[in-house]
Design a protein around this ligand. Structure first.
Ligand SMILES: *Cc1c(COP(=O)(O)O)cnc(C)c1O
Length: 462
């Protein structure tokens, strides 16, 4: 890349005395800061002319891959297209310029958005009430578990300190339970990643009195709908525990069924996945928590200041209104159709360990032909050469060469076909010229990174 010309860091381009901006005139007259608050030395800021700054950041941004550049089939993370109308709505000055400490009677519009969004989420999930405050999925999980803890405390049921978490769960599930001060009991999966009901039965027999909740992700990490939810919910409820639904990726459910109707008591939704907000790189997010009737008073007053990430809520509400009731019903079926279409068209060259219908995502176990020595890592790297973001790799841990693909509902057939063609081409390359795939990527600014070296000797500062 043109790193030499534009520099890796803006500081490397700094030339003493260069200036690329002028500050607005002080409109408030001359109010000198008290001497004690003034700098003794100038701030260590880069000094650059405007074209250099613009080129530096524009070139950096072009090294990024996002849903606006291309297809992003990252399984278990719902990287869906983010309609631009959402951005326009979130950027309306009437919303964008609100100050959280403004008098409440001047923020009626924003409050109405929050209320209407909560109502929409209740309708979509079959639950009674939501809080919008949590900042992310993991924050929602922690909040939801605190709700559950409060429920048990209110009943004087103080010995319930254990949470049952499937071994296939997203890593945030056990982490949130631990942060909440709860102990984790892992329940095994069957081969297809669905909850092993016999194992659950045994756990409940042994620890039933201490179980605060069971956390479930549905469809599970292999994109399969858990077939035994009614039984599982009955068993956990009979033992006195509550059912928690990890609704981070709710796409396949929309229009098909609702967690509240399936026996779940508490759930979170990742607005930044299911309801479209650009995410990745750590934020911004929003993880509203919903509860069934009877648990409303366990919802928190304070898990974050004010109303959470309001701009993400705006985007989600814009998305919901844009789709409307009728089109919302197509989200689940289309997410499911798209995933199954890719799966069926690739399963003759990629190993499909769990056959049958999937929901919004599915997992291959690497290439079918293992004799070439080409791994899932190689396929993922080669995809970058063709301008595709790699799917999730080496997760879930149930298979050695996991390649987890989620197309999302809003991609066209042509986009899916383009991806399928490239995946087939890579499978062919693996046979005909395996070294080409094993040494990929070749067209990116940085080639294959030595990730063993990176893990053993991380360089964490520039
Ligand atoms: C993404 C995800 C989470 C965590 O959400 P964050 O917003 O990243 O904290 C939890 N569970 C599942 C199933 C997820 O896919």
């Amino acid at each position: 890349m043109n790193n030499r010309l534009y520099g890796n860091l803006i500081f490397e381009l700094s030339k003493e005395g260069r200036q690329g901006c002028s500050l607005p005139k002080n409109r408030f007259g001359h109010h000198e800061l008290p001497a004690s608050m003034q700098r003794k030395e100038p701030a260590a800021l880069p000094e650059c002319d405007e074209p250099t700054v613009v080129r530096h950041y524009t070139n950096l941004s072009a090294n990024n891959f996002g849903v606006d550049n291309g297809f992003y089939p990252l399984g278990s993370c719902t990287m869906k297209y983010n309609p631009k109308i959402n951005e326009e709505m979130a950027a309306l000055p009437q919303f964008q310029n609100l100050h959280p400490l403004q008098p409440a009677d001047t923020t009626r519009g924003a409050q109405a958005v929050c209320t209407l969004l909560k109502r929409s989420l209740c309708a979509l999930t079959g639950l009674a009430e939501f809080t919008l405050k949590p900042y992310a999925g993991a924050h929602g999980e922690l909040t939801g578990l605190m709700v559950i803890r409060k429920y048990h405390e209110q009943r004087g049921d103080m010995q319930r300190t254990k949470v049952i978490v499937p071994d296939s769960a997203h890593g945030t599930n056990p982490a949130s339970a631990a942060v909440c001060g709860l102990d984790i009991i892992e329940v095994k999966s069957y081969y297809d990643g669905t909850v092993n009901v016999d194992d659950l039965e045994q756990i409940l027999e042994e620890h039933g009195q201490e179980v605060a909740a069971m956390m479930m992700t549905n469809p599970n990490t292999l994109g399969l709908f858990e077939p035994n939810i009614p039984d599982i919910a009955r068993m956990v409820h009979e033992a006195g525990g509550l059912m928690y639904y990890d609704g981070a990726n709710l796409n396949p459910m929309l229009g098909a069924c609702r967690p509240g109707d399936m026996g779940f008591d508490v759930m979170h939704i990742n607005l930044h996945k299911t309801f479209s907000t650009p995410h990745g790189g750590g934020g911004p997010g929003s993880g509203p928590v919903g509860v069934r009737k009877g648990l409303e008073d366990c919802l928190p007053e304070h898990v974050s200041p004010f109303n959470g990430n309001f701009a993400v809520e705006m985007r989600a509400y814009a998305y919901i209104l844009t789709l409307g009731r009728e089109q919302m019903k197509l989200v689940g079926p289309l997410a499911t159709l798209n995933a199954n279409y890719i799966k069926e068209r690739l399963k003759d060259v990629y190993e499909l360990p769990i056959a049958g219908l999937c929901k919004h995502e599915f997992v291959f176990d690497g290439l079918k032909d293992k004799s070439t020595g080409v791994t899932t890592m190689d396929v993922a790297k080669r995809l970058l050469d063709y301008g595709y973001h790699a799917p999730t790799i080496y997760f879930p841990l149930l298979f050695h060469e996991s390649l987890m693909i989620e197309p999302t509902e809003n991609e066209s057939k042509e986009t899916l076909d383009g991806f399928i063609d490239v995946m087939r081409r890579i499978a062919l390359e693996a046979k005909e010229n395996p070294d080409l795939v094993k040494t990929a990527p070749h067209n990116t600014p940085i080639g294959r990174v030595d990730d063993v070296e990176a893990a053993k000797h991380p360089v964490v500062k520039y």
